[in-house]
Ligand binder design. Sequence first.
Ligand SMILES: Cc1cc2nc3c(=O)[nH]c(=O)nc-3n(C[C@H](O)[C@H](O)[C@H](O)COP(=O)(O)OP(=O)(O)OC[C@H]3O[C@@H](n4cnc5c(N)ncnc54)[C@H](O)[C@@H]3O)c2cc1C
Length: 434
Amino acid sequence: MDLLYANDTQGAYPQSWYAATTEPLAPYPVLTGSERADICVIGAGYTGLSAALHLAQAGRRVVLLEAQRVGFGASGRNGGQLGSGQRVDQEELETMVGLDQARALWTLGEEAKDLVKGLIADHKIACHLKPGVAWTASSPAEVQHLHDYAGLLQSRYNYDQVEPLSAEGCHALCPSPDYKGGILDMGAAHLHPLAFALGLARAAEAAGVTICEQSRVIALEYGAKVRIRTEEGDVTADHAILACNGYLSGLAPSVTARVMPINNFIVATEPLGARTKEVLTRDVAVADSRFVVNYFRLSHDGRLLFGGGESYGYRFPKDIAAVVRKPMEMVFPHLKNVRVEYAWGGTLGITMKRFPYLARVAPNVLSASGYSGHGVGTATHAGQLMARAIEGEDSGFKTMQCIPTPAFPGGGALRTPLLVLAMTWYALRDRLGV
Ligand SMILES: Cc1cc2nc3c(=O)[nH]c(=O)nc-3n(C[C@H](O)[C@H](O)[C@H](O)COP(=O)(O)OP(=O)(O)OC[C@H]3O[C@@H](n4cnc5c(N)ncnc54)[C@H](O)[C@@H]3O)c2cc1C
């Protein structure tokens, strides 16, 4: 079995609060024998589910192959934050590609948010979608930076849904002694990520997609027709889509060189009852401005869902709850005695520039991954952009390629140790406050 699944039980969701609170889907069959498809999509997270759904809606015959279960990867485990724009902020994008392209990327980011909200409405996906994400900071300089950023979004991008939070305003929203101010973006949102993924699967199935679970692709044969092989079957297709994100291993070496798997962790506390007010006074999500971001929100049953801590090898830490408790208690020292009832990890794909990597790896094989922690909207949207590109309209796909994605230094063998060094340095800077 692939090392990337070393922390998991084959065919089973991790024991997350998400899995415990989602109506499961009946298992889809394993691929056996030979199938023919217009498009074969590999990986059933947001990227693959959205691509498959949009292609089926365009009348194409689609087979979707998933190594484990639908939404088993990052899409069923994440922080649920649907952020505005791109993972890289607009100021940095302007420096990288100039104002016009930065504006085009902002527009695509807004389309991504609207797409998620639209899919949830159109397919009646019950996934607790709520408006509002706050960005908080721990030093006056960082608070000023966030306030300036809100001003830039208003003046240059005409975005009026973000407001500055003073120290008092921030504290009234989130009574953490760690935060000194921030911004509140009511155009951003948060949701139950696994329920969203399973809702997309239901919609894709209803649109005619053939979904196969526990059907890991072990080989791709490129050519005028693509042949996709699993242990027990194969699909011959006109096009293939790689939607494996952090879990892609050997299928496309040019993607593996540019998209690195890293792990991130979340805990769910016991229900807090009246103490929810000690975390948040409004039902919005929060992310802070640390390099290893702490992010949290309240669940619909009144728990604190707190994400924090990263690791860069294949194995998750033995005691995930202990790892996440550290940043949780730094942000909320008053929650020291609160019990943690669920703790889980997930693997996501990051790129050197923290901008997603959309690539045409062969004339008839597309790939999208490396959302770098900003995939709820961007991955769902990338699936739609790939579907459109196959239908002959690839302007959005191409715009997302305007930032070149370099390979990680060190190639397959050295990239992880080098990344560990770099990340440890930045995490240390967080702790030292420099
Ligand atoms: C802990 C955590 C917190 C996060 N928080 C946020 C957040 O708050 N907001 C946000 O926007 N983003 C967040 N992210 C990132 C976000 O979850 C991802 O960017 C997004 O889910 C990527 O979707 P995907 O479909 O590309 O990948 P995934 O959901 O990982 O799906 C890939 C799928 O491909 C399958 N697969 C891989 N190889 C094969 C193969 N050979 N054959 C068949 N199937 C295969 C895998 O089993 C997997 O199910 C977070 C991620 C993690 C892990």
